[in-house]
Design a protein around this ligand. Structure first.
Ligand SMILES: N[C@@H](CCC(=O)N[C@@H](CS)C(=O)NCC(=O)O)C(=O)O
Length: 222
């Protein structure tokens, strides 16, 4: 039997958190080798483990996978979370890319200079309320089903649920006008695998604070 996937990343959400979420939701146990210093990162770079000299990197099924989207695609395919045909898959891809766009805006917020932060938060709130969440609310309303695509759990539901947690961290009132999204969040959060991941002490990472940001700056030299 193949061993557990091994995740190589810094001890924060960053680009790895969506991979942690997807594996956890699929019920896959994983290990983490945390990058704690520039030397740890250099070691991975120098031993040829990182195709583009970047993390996330995931050791899985005898491979060393890089590029977040490629890793997610592999996990979703392997665990049957990627639709039943091309038409479902392209929908899942569109929803996934939409969630990724807003997720990235929120993920990069801690890097925003202090004098631009309020404007950035205002933009995120505007995009959340007026661009992204209305799309997903409308999809759920249009078919009346429990999941976004094909009446079956897919990666799109998992990525969206992860995003909804982040949106609420930005402003807990942002979901107020999206009852179907609130219900989806509750439904997905109650899946046993996700419920376990949401418990304290799991491998889920907290929001990135100043201390983590400083550590990241040292490791990734930005
Ligand atoms: N397109 C890549 C981007 C990866 C990336 O930017 N990784 C950063 C950390 S989040 C990194 O490894 N930076 C070090 C470097 O570029 O030297 C992906 O999605 O995986």
């Amino acid at each position: 039997m193949a061993g557990k996937p091994v995740l190589h990343y810094f001890d924060s959400r960053g680009r790895m958190e969506c991979i942690r979420w997807l594996l956890a939701a699929a019920g896959v146990e994983f290990e983490e080798k945390l990058i704690e210093s520039p030397e740890d990162l250099d070691k991975l770079k120098n031993d040829g483990s990182l195709m583009f000299q970047q993390v996330p990197m995931v050791e899985i099924d005898g491979m060393k996978l890089v590029q977040t989207r490629a890793i997610l695609n592999y996990i979703a395919t392997k665990h049957n979370l990627y639709g039943k045909d091309m038409k479902e898959r392209v929908l899942i891809d569109m929803y996934t890319e939409g969630t990724a766009d807003l997720n990235e805006m929120i993920m990069l917020l801690p890097l925003c200079p202090a004098d631009q932060k309020d404007a950035k938060i205002a933009l995120i709130k505007d995009r959340t309320k007026n661009r992204y969440l209305p799309v997903f609310e409308k999809v759920l309303k249009s078919h009346g089903q429990d999941y976004l695509v094909g009446n079956k759990l897919s990666r799109a539901d998992i990525h969206l649920t992860e995003l909804l947690y982040y949106v609420e961290e930005v402003d807990s009132s942002l979901l107020a006008n999206f009852p179907l999204l609130k219900a989806l969040k509750t439904r997905i959060s109650n899946l046993p695998s996700v419920k376990k991941f949401l418990q304290p002490g799991s491998q889920r990472k907290p929001p990135t604070d100043e201390k983590k940001l400083e550590e990241a700056r040292k490791i990734f030299k930005f």
